[in-house]
Design a protein around this ligand. Structure first.
Ligand code: 4AZ
Length: 271
């Protein structure tokens, strides 16, 4: 089922994504406009995290992106930056009216790492900016499905935040298996997380600067829609063997998202 927070068509790239060889560490540059929900969350013109558009006034990101110590939240400015984060005429900077951090978010364990940003003014949807679909309530993404992560995070070569949007196809991992990789670490993988990536190889993963950004899965009937199943959250290092990337399990939070958007009194009407 394809569900959007708004009534606008969701999850549809206006330019079909293309994968040349899928290897954000070990990824490749995205085709322009292929991921219209991808945004950059910025503070004082600096990219801090990714995010995904859910509706004209709502963006979802990671809670840990917003709970930085010493950050002046009054200065939190959310920007859309795609495909050229630092020079495109298409880059819009919109300020955030309020943000809602999940009440169960735990900064130490990274459990429930999800937050909503309400924009001060609605986005205008166009071929370059549009919402992603949400999964059905409690819908779990099946292990071995191949999904996509995108972000302006660090690449292998420079370890600096990238200037162009990158993408990487990642298989969803069995949760038990992923929990066993992290068993000896203080941070545990919970039911509210999903793991994706290549634990048997090095060099293909999300990294610093990608967090808060989307992990989307293509519809299984090949209709071309993408659904947000994960939010880039954490992991030990980047691209290290046996330590796959860990993502917020969005299916668990669909009710919370809808409730938060509704109760803010800003649920979007048909237009
Ligand atoms: C980060 O610091 C981060 N390899 C994001 C993803 C991963 C590790 C760290 C997963 O934002």
């Amino acid at each position: 089922s394809v569900l959007s927070v708004s009534d606008h068509i969701c999850g549809m790239p206006s330019n079909q994504p293309r994968f040349i060889f899928s290897r954000i560490i070990g990824g490749e540059e995205a085709v322009p406009y292929s991921w219209p929900w991808q945004v950059s969350v910025q503070i004082s013109d600096e990219h801090i995290c990714g995010g995904a558009v859910l509706a004209k006034e709502w963006v979802v990101t990671a809670a840990h992106s917003l709970s930085l110590d010493g950050v002046d939240h009054a200065g939190l400015v959310f920007c859309i930056r795609h495909p050229h984060p630092y020079k495109s005429d298409l880059s819009l900077c919109l300020s955030v009216k309020q943000y809602i951090i999940h009440p169960s978010f735990n900064k130490t364990t990274m459990d429930s790492d999800i937050a909503l940003l309400q924009l001060a003014e609605p986005l205008e949807f166009n071929p370059y900016v549009g919402p992603v679909c949400l999964p059905a309530k409690e819908e779990a993404v099946q292990p071995s499905r191949v999904c996509v992560i995108t972000g302006w995070g660090a690449h292998e070569a420079d370890r600096e935040k990238g200037r162009k949007l990158h993408q990487l196809e990642v298989p969803i991992l069995v949760l038990d298996t992923c929990q066993s990789y992290y068993i000896n670490l203080p941070s545990k993988v919970t039911q509210r997380m999903i793991c994706a990536g290549f634990p048997l190889e090095e060099g293909k993963d999300s990294c610093t600067g990608d967090s808060g950004g989307p992990l989307v899965c293509p519809s299984e009937d090949n209709s071309g829609f993408y659904t947000l199943h994960g939010i880039t959250s954490w992991g030990l290092g980047c691209g290290e063997k046996s330590y796959p990337g860990v993502y917020t399990n969005v299916g668990v939070f669909v009710d919370w998202i809808k409730h938060s958007v509704n109760s803010s009194g800003m649920y979007e009407k048909n237009n």
